[in-house]
Design a protein around this ligand. Structure first.
Ligand code: AHM
Ligand code: MG
Length: 325
């Protein structure tokens, strides 16, 4: 089995990018260890803090964020990082080439019940000719500019799904501490009979989403003429991992509870990296109206409506939204 770094070198990946990915995996291994110890390490439960999005931080949100920040800023290749758990970007080496955005522990409502969570990351480059000042503007690049993106799923095993813009590959964390190649050139099946949405929000969705989901639920007697299965882990990493593994559709759409926000998930460290993975594996990723990776970010914690997965199913969802616009 092939080591992550050897695999990337064989693919002739930019050596500095390989070094950065190795650094990221150092942090993820530490997070995996803390998660494995759980209660024994006293890391479960909540803190008294809320993050910039007004969410109560779990102890592990804070620990994972500190690990990621420290390890990344220690690498002189890193100009700055932006995290779900930091109000503003944090800057490192002014000469650094890379910007990293991340959600250190996604799906963190699952931590205390010992269900899968993950770290999501996106790698951007400092735009050429950018001012040497430390400015949030450096980060505000559309997802099409990502050099690489991925997640580490902390489930029964820890799995890295990674794209450097040349397909998607998966690596499993071995007891030796190495990530070893376990799935090469992952592709999302074009069609599916499985969808993932938080059904409890149904009454707040747009008409397009309401109609689409009720037609899925109508099964073989409805307009879609097939029976669908539903899953909801409440951990986007786990949902995207399932879709990369066997297809499906995942959506967390806009809803009327917060009419001025485009959705719950964040563009820069959830929407964009997951979109790059899904597109690189042959799927589609949209806001229900447009390609997520073409959304021009205006703020680091900007939210986005997300619908991604099997290509043909996402196209149907888009058609419902066009019809009921
Ligand atoms: P988080 O980053 O605070 O963990 O929130 C994001 C998570 C996603 O992983 C998941 O898809 C969603 O929130 C679940 O939300 P809900 O609890 O509303 O179903
Ligand atoms: Mg998250």
């Amino acid at each position: 089995m092939q080591l992550l770094s050897n695999f990337l070198k064989h693919k002739k990946t930019d050596p500095e990018l390989v070094e950065l990915i190795d650094t990221l995996m150092l942090a993820c291994k530490e997070i995996a260890l803390q998660l494995r110890e759980g209660e024994l390490a006293g890391v479960l439960g909540v803190t008294e803090n809320t993050n910039v999005q007004g969410e109560t931080q779990k102890k592990l949100d804070v620990i994972a964020n500190e690990v990621m920040k420290k390890v990344l800023l220690d690498n002189p290749l890193v100009r700055g990082v932006a995290s779900e758990e930091e109000d503003d970007p944090v800057f490192g080496n002014p000469e650094g080439r890379f910007l990293v955005t991340y959600d250190p522990l996604d799906g963190s409502s699952n931590i205390d019940i010992n269900v899968s969570v993950g770290t999501i990351f996106s790698i951007l480059e400092v735009p050429p000719g950018a001012e040497p000042s430390d400015s949030v503007e450096l980060f505000l690049q559309p997802g099409t500019q990502q050099l690489a993106a991925g997640y580490v799923l902390y489930g029964p095993s820890a799995v890295l799904a990674l794209t450097t813009g040349d397909g998607v590959n998966m690596f499993t964390l071995a007891h030796t501490g190495d990530f070893l190649l376990t799935h090469e050139d992952v592709t999302v099946p074009a069609e599916t009979r499985e969808f993932a949405i938080n059904m409890s929000n149904q009454r707040f969705w747009e008409v397009g989403m309401q109609t689409y989901v009720s037609d899925l639920l109508a099964g073989s007697e409805g307009p879609r003429s097939k029976n669908y299965n539903m899953r909801w882990v409440a951990s986007m990493v786990a949902e995207v991992h399932r879709i990369l593994t066997r297809g499906g559709l995942f959506t967390y759409p806009w809803d009327s509870r917060e009419p001025n926000k485009p959705g719950k998930l964040r563009l820069m460290y959830e929407g964009n990296p997951m979109s790059m993975l899904i597109e690189q594996a042959g799927g589609l990723s949209t806001t229900c109206y447009e390609r997520i990776m073409e959304v021009q970010p205006e703020q680091i914690h900007q939210r986005v409506s997300v619908a991604l997965g099997s290509r043909e199913e996402v196209k149907v969802l888009l058609a419902y939204h066009q019809k009921h616009r």
